[in-house]
Design a protein around this ligand. Structure first.
Ligand code: TMP
Length: 252
């Protein structure tokens, strides 16, 4: 393991290290799983490896349709080289089907299709348990400018359209997902790109035929077979070829 480099930030599921060149970072995917703002914790052997690979795949495909993002290249099983961005302190959630917090908040049966795709913003603050906020809060507190909100919403909908199709092609329904954005500065200007990760930790993915959950809800709700389900998502996306031994343990 390479340990002699500077840790920039450690979150619940990932660590960011200083990158090899200015403007880059190394994103390391841990096996740690948390839910309910860290109240529930576990180590899921192999999760980091699978999420590194799935996020690489999804970000690469998104880049292919012009959705700019922080991914540069995968370095090894658990690490990827990314562009350093200034993270906007918002979680942008897109929902197609009622599940999770919207089902609870609005009393909707889980699985009910929403009238249209809905975008929500949450303020990233663990102490406050990531409260939902409106565009008014975002602009008033200067978390993002109006133009940036418009860009995030347009990108979120493009990501939703593209990923809905990508997953439906492999028999998976994209119920909802969470993305994050960061700013990149170029001279006096900044633009917003997609950052963080897109993986079964940050999406709800249901088998299209059975509605079986293939995402982090398996962990949140103690449904078992978490790694098996993440592996199934990777397998269906056609990216399992080089990681068959991960699940047995051995690889770190
Ligand atoms: P929610 O229904 O709990 O609000 O979650 C909506 C989506 O966002 C779901 O796909 C899971 C994802 N999510 C995260 O990635 N991180 C979080 O901290 C939370 C609460 C949800």
């Amino acid at each position: 393991m390479t340990t002699r480099r500077k840790k920039i930030y450690e979150g619940k599921a990932k660590i960011l290290y200083e990158g090899p060149e200015p403007g880059t970072l190394i994103q390391y995917f841990k096996d740690d799983a948390t839910a309910f703002n860290g109240e529930k914790k576990a180590q899921l052997e192999g999760k980091g490896v699978i999420n590194n690979r799935i996020s690489e795949y999804v970000m690469t495909r998104l880049n292919g349709i012009g959705v700019q993002n922080h991914f540069i290249r995968r370095l090894n099983l658990r690490e990827q080289l990314i562009k350093e961005v200034e993270i906007i302190p918002l979680e942008v959630v897109v929902r197609n089907i009622a599940a999770g917090s919207i089902a609870t908040r609005l009393g909707l049966p889980e699985g009910q299709a929403l009238p249209r795709s809905i975008i929500e913003f949450y303020y990233k603050d663990d102490k406050l348990n990531d409260p939902m906020v409106s565009e008014e809060h975002i602009t008033a507190f200067n978390w993002a400018a109006t133009q940036e909100i418009d860009d995030m919403m347009a990108t979120a909908l493009r990501v939703n359209d593209y990923l809905s199709g990508l997953f439906s092609g492999v028999g998976i329904t994209l119920v909802d997902f969470k993305i994050e954005f960061g700013r990149i500065y170029e001279g006096d200007f900044s633009r917003i790109i997609l950052a963080d990760e897109i993986s079964p930790d940050s999406c709800r993915l249901w088998d299209s035929l059975t509605n079986e959950k293939l995402d982090k809800d398996r962990f949140r709700r103690d449904l078992g077979n978490v790694i098996e389900s993440y592996t199934e998502v990777a397998r269906r996306l056609g990216i399992m070829k080089e990681m068959p031994t991960v699940i047995q343990g051995g690889v770190h």
